[in-house]
Design a protein around this ligand. Sequence first.
Ligand code: GTP
Ligand code: MG
Length: 444
Amino acid sequence: MFDKLTSGVQDAFKFVTGKSQITEKNIADAVDVIKTALLEADVNLRVVRRFVNSTIEEAQGAKVLRAVDPGQQFVKIVHDKLVAFLGGGDQDVVLKNPDTVSVILMLGLQGSGKTTSSAKLALRLKKAGRTPLLVACDLVRPAAVEQLSVLGVQINIPVYKEDGAKDSSVVFKNALSWAKKNMINTIVVDTTGRMQIDEVMMDELARLKKAANPDELLLVADSMTGQSACDIAKTFDEKIGLTGVVLTKFDSDTRGGAALSLKTVTGKPLKFVGTGEKPEDFELFHPERFAGRILGMGDVVSLVEKAQEVIDQKEAAELQKKIEKETVTLEDWLAQLRAIKKMGSIQSMLDMIPGMQGQVNEKDIDKADFKKQEVILSSMTKKERANYLIIGPSRRARIARGSGTSVAEVARLIKQFEKTRSMMKKMSKFSKNPAAMQAALCAR
Ligand SMILES: Nc1nc2c(ncn2[C@@H]2O[C@H](COP(=O)(O)OP(=O)(O)OP(=O)(O)O)[C@@H](O)[C@H]2O)c(=O)[nH]1
Ligand SMILES: [Mg+2]
């Protein structure tokens, strides 16, 4: 699923990642590749244009070009844009208090997955502690009522049905009274699907909506139909009104276009996705996770976020210059040590350094040693940290005493610092993350 889209986007990142500097042309090239990938994924052209323009605008702003690691910064921008296009955060159904009855209408074209999704949603609600009832309001297809009954038995949820009924609004009203007598607080209504949107169907749905006064009107659409799923949603929304969309068959070879276009085209959130035929194969849609999957780079994004929290960009750029000139001080060393501590996973940081993947393991890093280094460095004066060359034998002895360590340990730290400094210069061709480099170089 979305393999093509993911590999397309990753191709785009090749233009920008691992570079210490990127140009406007690099960005334009990368965005171009993303554009093609999105179009191939059947994303609506208007949506693609908007996506591309807003990404270029933000990326070409000083933000990326001047960033410490412009490639990572670019990935982050693309990620955030994707999340925004996918609707921001997840959006569950919004229901009334459990002591009143809430109603959810499931609408959609024939074969889109309404009946299956009704059962799946009811099961999800039951697991969340509500007492659902399924109502069979598809009175057109002969086997529809039976299909819902079978599903109800399978997931142990009651199904309200009336043999030979003709009017879905009447069935609903009777179901509602039954629900009130039977401690039901959530009604999920399965409705009739048509081959295409026609007046008869819309009239019936409009009447049912009036009778049911639903809390949620969810359009069930087949994600395999790509962009037409969005068009259908738009029409349903205009004629009946929707609160959200369920995309089914997300497990099959969908190209993702519908999911990516829906929010922008219809203004309605994608709330759930169906991921298989079983009643359990139903998930709340998470834009963040979906974007991460498309990028195949969730880690980069969270790392950039974390790094931004701890390292001030300008300071980092200055540090970068010092690394190149081998004029890093013990003061910088101490600052990086503290940054490493705040980063959380050291391993993910190490894996970020191109060419280092798998070579250095977090296990090889002695965290106690970091702590000791920090204590030793804290026992030095600012002047000593600015210029370590003034640290002669008597200063060394004083630092050792002040930090509760030995003269040998102080000397070892200084030696390691000197070595790391020249190594960092070499590594800086590959990585712009001083803390990560420092951590890697401290590994045994
Ligand atoms: N793989 C997969 N199959 C699904 C999913 N959702 C539904 N299906 C299958 O799609 C077919 C149609 O599903 P239904 O729930 O009967 O669709 P419907 O909209 O109620 O169809 P009508 O009542 O005829 O309009 C069934 O074979 C389902 O098993 C899904 O998320 N993944
Ligand atoms: Mg059905």
